[in-house]
Design a protein around this ligand. Sequence first.
Ligand code: ASP
Length: 283
Amino acid sequence: MAVARALVVHGGAGAVAEDTVPARLLGCREAAQAGWTVLIHGGSAVDAVEAVVVILEDNPLFNAGVGSPPNSDGQIELDASIMDGARGRAGAVAAVKRIKNPIRLARRVLQDQRHILLTADGAERFAQASGMTLCDPQDLIYPPPGHRQQRHGTVGCVALDRAGRLAAATSTGGIANKYPGRVGDSALIGCGTYANRDSGVSCTGIGEAIIRVVLAKTLVDLMRLDVPIQVTAKQAIGILAEQTGDAGGLIVVNQRGDVGYARNTTHMPVCWVREGGDLVTDI
Ligand code: ASP
């Protein structure tokens, strides 16, 4: 039976300069529009969330792919994950330095099915073995050294396709000045990303806190109580705040195509769309 499609995008939780808000909302809107086009043309939820995240990784305004913040060694290390809720399959990569679009590599890990999470050199070897070209780490640096940029904005997307399949994806450069080799929630299934047959979630915020409460899976489990989706989304952020004292945000879609999002930060650009409706942005 055909179901009502839905898609929601986030551009990271945290404080951002007010003058960057319009561009962040536009970036989320353009990515959401591209993902929606994938769904409208019969693409799967996994195709849609990958397409959305690739666009946001390529947008230097966001902290994912190009424009990510350097670690304490001055190097960029990227994390990403993707989950196909209908099949219960996932793929993720962590601490990769020469991958322009880590979400594409995470998708290949998902498709390959041997493993779920590949890190650093091994992930890059897998990329080459599966036909991807490695980039120069310098290509990920934006703007050129000396220019000021606000390093903020992990990205994520959750989608429900016409066949009722849910998928979620998240990509990040992590936290600025992080210890080399540090891996955050965005690479960890159940923490930054989770989807099953009933709902899908992508999280953003302090990775160490999100990992401690296994936030994405916690919210997917709460969704079984079938209370209004916004109430449940806020409840999950409440758990994060109460148990860790830290901040974050999340987006969620359920099997009915209801969309929810919540944050306890000042900002989190979002854009969402449901069958028969227009794209809506919020901050
Ligand atoms: N959750 C990401 C991390 O800790 C950062 C973020 O969402 O801003 O790597």
